[in-house]
Design a protein around this ligand. Structure first.
Ligand code: MG
Length: 381
């Protein structure tokens, strides 16, 4: 089937280029195309043609498949350039194209080399941070908008880099995904959060719900349920006080394996939340068939409340529809009392954001909890 796919792709590539251009298979699933002579805009047009031509369904055996291709473009500089370095440049550009998503193209720039070296170094440092104690967990309180009480906290991975200082998750999580380290990070954060949750429970804070982020990569992994359950068993943290947050994505709704993994987790009492809702492409209706309990509305919608008119009709609709579907709603990124008031008035259940607290250490959260549950939290940090 693989051979059939390669033959079909080769045929499409030949069809997509001009007479006189050269197509070759470089090995594995890598092809090279030489456009000669060509300007960069010819190369861009060719890349778009190639991407469109390859991304068509075909049948091999009894299976229909739709291949995708990533294209790296490099231009030969006159005379001095060796073919090997031209290929290396194109290869590097392809790597960047691949990183930006499926079916994309990228044009080589020298800055890609520096960026790659930096990424490789940062990747190595992330590995050693994971092996050591380099990844910390901070907690951002989640507040019940009706009572104002802290009812939960989201556990967030923090990387305190020895030289660079704080590396934001937006930088290291995609890197970790690429290096296949993200499951390890998620598991470490989950374990530490559950251990801390048990400390809080032992100190009398028995109803705090802990939310832990789970990268979509975990849903490709059949061991996920066993891994989560083992951590719960070993830390003795109760399943029904754990909530796993998954960023919305088409893949969750479409993959049968992903939804059955979610179903299994849910059956064991773990709550599930859709994170950053509104940034992806999933329709609320599609989520109906999945076992989610909560919806976290992305900060961008809460930000709209600042604008002229001080409202967000999209947010109001989301809250309403989520409630119709039986989901609780958490607003992310609440920063002002006006936003809080607006959210409360429109029936949003929970809030999280700098208005209440930034992510803090376990000790700091203990202090916050001590204000509401004084006798309990004092010794829990
Ligand atoms: Mg989250």
């Amino acid at each position: 089937m693989g051979d059939q796919a390669l033959t079909e792709i080769a045929r499409r590539l030949v069809d997509a280029v001009r007479p006189g251009d050269t197509v070759a298979r470089l090995g594995g699933d890598e092809f090279g195309i030489v456009l000669a002579p060509a300007f960069e805009r010819d190369a861009l047009t060719a890349a778009e043609r190639v991407i469109a031509a390859v991304n068509q369904p075909f049948t091999a055996g009894a299976k229909e498949m739709t291949p995708t291709v990533s294209v790296g473009i490099a231009t030969a500089r006159p005379a001095t350039m060796h073919p090997d370095s031209l290929l290396a440049d194109a290869d590097l550009a392809m790597y960047f194209a691949k990183r930006s998503g499926r079916g994309r193209h990228a044009v080589f720039t020298p800055a890609m080399r520096t960026a790659l070296v930096e990424q490789l170094q940062l990747g190595e440092e992330l590995r050693s941070a994971l092996a050591g104690d380099g990844i910390e967990v901070h907690y951002q309180p989640i507040v019940d908008l009706r009572s104002g009480a802290v009812v939960g906290a989201e556990a967030l991975a923090r990387w305190q880099h020895p030289a660079r200082g704080f590396v934001p998750p937006a930088t290291f999580i995609p890197l970790a995904e690429e290096l296949g380290l993200v499951q390890e990070i998620d598991a470490q954060v989950l374990r530490r959060a559950c251990e801390q949750g048990q400390r809080w429970r032992a100190a009398g804070i028995t109803d705090l719900r802990l939310a832990v982020n789970l990268s979509g990569r975990n849903l490709e992994d059949a061991e996920l349920v066993e891994r989560v359950m083992r951590i719960l068993r070993e830390t003795e943290f109760p399943a029904d006080q754990l909530e796993l947050e998954l960023t919305e994505g088409v893949s969750i709704a479409e993959s049968a394996r992903a939804s059955s993994l979610l179903e299994e987790l849910h059956q064991r009492g773990i709550r599930l939340a859709i994170d950053d809702f509104g940034t992806g492409y999933s329709a609320l209706g599609r989520l109906r068939s999945l076992p989610f309990d909560r919806l976290k509305v992305d900060k961008t919608f809460v930000d709209e409340i600042n604008g002229a008119g001080g409202r967000s009709s999209l947010l109001e609709t989301m809250v309403h529809m989520a409630h119709v579907l039986g989901l609780e709603v958490v607003a992310e990124g609440v920063e002002t009392p006006a936003q809080e008031e607006y959210l409360r008035q429109h029936g949003c259940d929970f809030g999280q954001g700098y208005l209440f607290s930034k992510p803090v250490t376990a000790e700091e959260l203990s202090a916050v909890l001590a204000e509401t549950q004084p006798q309990a939290a004092a010794q829990a940090g």
